[in-house]
Write a protein that binds this ligand. Structure first.
Ligand code: HAM
Length: 437
């Protein structure tokens, strides 16, 4: 009594629900570009003998804590974690390598073939501050080659990335390489960094003060300006690599020179994930600004063992699809767009619509792209629609055409029109004998 009845659903104000911050909708005008980039990558990866692997988009969060590293930004600050209904902590994958390695170990893929070459694609999730080229749901294409420590594998992986951007036509790219050395070298390097940063510890941010004890390497990718400045004078990992790792690195560089792949050795490249050993690399693009990495990767010889598998050297990379598109646009490279219809059917009246439908069915089974608008419209407005869609031909069907069993076929580019039977229309459009309905 006296209580107001809740508003009925139909009376509730319709507030628009928008997409989550840092995500995007890829609309039909843009999907051809995405598909083009994906298909080019798939064909390329397969030409190098890589096979596709599809792994879940969510995993036990412990996978990334152990794989990517507990003290990395990705795990510490950027992971989308949630408890499922049984209270298990899950995470939306922030990257693909840990999942691929998990699958490799779980399916004992090492027992099937000495070298496994795998590629993957799909969305990754990181809770970062969104800006151009940085999203919370973004898309990667990646490869992982497991089973060989040969420097030619490092070369191959880098070369595939180089080949990809070259085929896309990108010019303003540069490849940056570094070596972090083996796990022993990394321990030595961590100690060097600890000594270096200990002397300036008061100048480091609070987070880096914790990192100083737990993982001093991660101070090098801190984004705080004061830490960045102090990192500038830090020793470089290359100074601490052992003779064997140096030889491995030199062999990779030798292969790159042999195949005229331009690169720079850049000792500031340490990568933000903990699993790397030896070679690490990034490809950057000059039009991307602060988020300039088109892709990143490297060798990770200890990860398979860390995940419970046998000791297995490996290397790989992942590239950001969105950033590749920004770079292509930045260079003004023409990109594929939606293909216009081959035929637009403009039928007026019920019997014409029936005839139009049967033409549409036959044309589509002859691999033509056909658009048909079922609403009653004037020919003029049909033609306007067809024009807007960029249709090559329009088949005009009215009562008169039905009675005489013909269509008026209009060539939109030439503004010419001929009267043809359905059969001849299909022949004209396909340039060959048509298939039966
Ligand atoms: P990553 O450097 O963290 O490496 O990411 C690879 C690429 O993904 C970046 O270079 C960038 O193009 C894209 N990317 C990363 N975060 C974002 C974001 N928030 N928004 C848009 N694009 C982004 C890895 O993920 C490693 N798993 C690569 C790897 C594979 N290493 C060995 N195998």
């Amino acid at each position: 009594l006296g209580r107001e009845a809740p508003p009925r659903r139909s009376e509730m104000p319709k507030q628009i629900i928008t997409r989550p911050r840092g995500t995007s909708d890829i609309l039909p005008a843009d999907t051809p570009v995405w598909r083009y980039l994906e298909e080019l990558a798939i064909n390329l990866f397969e030409s190098y003998g890589y096979g596709e692997i599809r792994v879940p988009v969510f995993e036990d969060s412990a996978l990334f804590e152990r794989g990517v590293g507990e003290t990395t930004d990705i795990v510490e600050k950027e992971m989308y974690t949630f408890a499922d209904r049984k209270g298990r902590t899950m995470a939306l994958r922030p990257e693909g390598t840990a999942s691929v390695v998990r699958a490799y170990v779980e399916h004992k893929m090492y027992a099937q073939q000495p070298i496994q070459k795998l590629y993957y694609r799909g969305p990754m999730f990181r809770y970062e501050r969104p800006q151009a080229g940085r999203e919370r749901q973004f898309y990667q294409l990646g490869i992982e080659s497991l089973g060989s420590e040969h420097p030619a594998v490092d070369f191959e992986v880098i070369y595939i990335a180089f080949d990809y951007y070259r085929r896309l036509g990108l010019k303003s790219i540069s490849i940056k390489l570094n070596s972090l050395g083996c796990s022993q070298d990394r321990v030595g390097y961590s100690n060097m960094l600890r000594d270096h940063f200990a002397t300036v510890r008061d100048g480091l941010c609070a987070n880096c003060n914790t990192r100083l004890e737990r993982n001093p390497l991660r101070i090098l990718d801190c984004k705080e300006p004061q830490c960045k400045e102090l990192a500038g004078s830090a020793p470089s990992s290359l100074d601490g690599v052992c003779a064997e790792c140096r030889e491995h690195f030199d062999a990779v560089l030798g292969h790159l020179r042999e195949f005229d792949v331009p690169f720079d050795v850049d000792t500031t490249i340490v990568r933000g994930l903990d699993y790397y050993t030896r070679t690490v690399f990034e490809v950057v693009h000059s039009s991307l600004g602060a988020q300039d990495a088109l892709m990143g990767g490297g060798r990770y010889d200890d990860l398979v063992e860390l995940m419970g598998g046998p000791s297995t050297p490996a290397a790989g990379f992942a590239l950001g699809v969105g950033r590749a598109i920004l770079a292509l646009r930045g260079e003004g490279i023409e990109l594929p767009s939606q293909r216009p219809p081959d035929l637009y059917i403009a039928a007026i009246g019920d019997s014409a619509r029936k005839k139009g439908l049967s033409l549409a069915v036959r044309a589509r089974s002859n691999a033509l792209r056909v658009e048909m608008d079922y609403e009653d419209r004037s020919f003029k407005s049909h033609l306007r629609n067809a024009n807007r869609l960029g249709a090559r031909f329009v088949a005009i069907i009215g009562e008169d055409e039905v009675a005489r069993d013909v269509v008026q076929l209009r060539n939109m580019a030439e503004s010419t029109q001929v009267e043809l039977t359905e059969e001849k229309t299909l022949e004209e459009l396909t340039g060959s004998k048509s298939l039966p309905a």
